[in-house]
Design a protein around this ligand. Structure first.
Ligand SMILES: [Zn+2]
Ligand SMILES: [Zn+2]
Length: 222
């Protein structure tokens, strides 16, 4: 079975998507922290987490969520449509809005896609990338949900007034745990059958050999 590689671009986009609430962006080449206004190492996932854990970043995020930070407005606006509208009404909206986005991302995009509740036909190669990505990000999903468990059952107050029901963090946690058990077992089976040149555990994607072009040697010349 060929090993599936996650391309650099895909990886950066996944980081951007995952760490949206932490103001992490990408131009598909580098990863950039918008509150700290600096690039963030992205070769390994821990480099991103390391940055998110720095005091300066935490401080900047705190400032960002309590003020409207006019200097940053343009770059934020281009990434988060609607942001300006809500933060002008009342400051608590930003955090609330991020909570809703994160909750819905985990519920629909993460759990829903991996459980394949819409019964899409997902190609094997993509499905394997999704599984690996899930396992790689599991700790982050898990800790994000645990941090918000106190909101479970509360009404999702959408700043745009849309009806969204209540936060279901406990259900999401259960679904994440079930997916983790299932995918860990599946991945270790695949690992046992496939090549074992590297000692990958939990099918973590191998960062050292991204973007293998896989072009046939006699590709067409212009
Ligand atoms: Zn930062
Ligand atoms: Zn408001």
């Amino acid at each position: 079975m060929p090993k599936v590689k996650v391309s650099q671009k895909t990886k950066l986009q996944l980081y951007q998507w995952e760490f949206k609430g932490e103001m992490i962006s990408t131009d598909n080449e580098i990863l950039y922290c918008r509150v700290c206004e600096k690039t963030v190492g992205c070769e390994k996932r821990f480099q991103v987490l390391q940055h998110l854990n720095t005091n300066i970043h935490k401080e900047n995020i705190k400032i960002q969520s309590t003020k409207s930070a006019p200097v940053q407005k343009n770059s934020i606006l281009s990434k988060n449509p609607g942001y300006e509208q809500i933060c002008e009404r009342c400051p608590g909206d930003i955090g609330r809005y991020n909570d809703i986005i994160q909750h819905e991302t985990l519920r629909v995009a993460v759990c829903g896609m991996l459980e394949n509740e819409t019964s899409l036909t997902i190609p094997d190669a993509l499905s394997e990338v999704m599984d690996k990505t899930f396992l790689e990000f599991y700790d982050y999903y898990d800790s994000s949900v645990r941090k918000k468990l106190h909101l479970h059952g509360q009404h999702m107050q959408d700043p745009f007034g849309e009806e969204r029901g209540t936060f279901q963090y406990r259900n999401i946690l259960t679904r994440l745990q079930a997916l983790h058990a299932k995918l860990s077992a599946k991945c270790s089976n695949i690992g046992a059958l496939g090549d074992k040149t590297t000692s990958d555990n939990e099918c973590s994607s191998d960062d050292s050999d991204l973007d293998q072009p896989d072009e046939p040697p006699d590709s067409v010349n212009s």
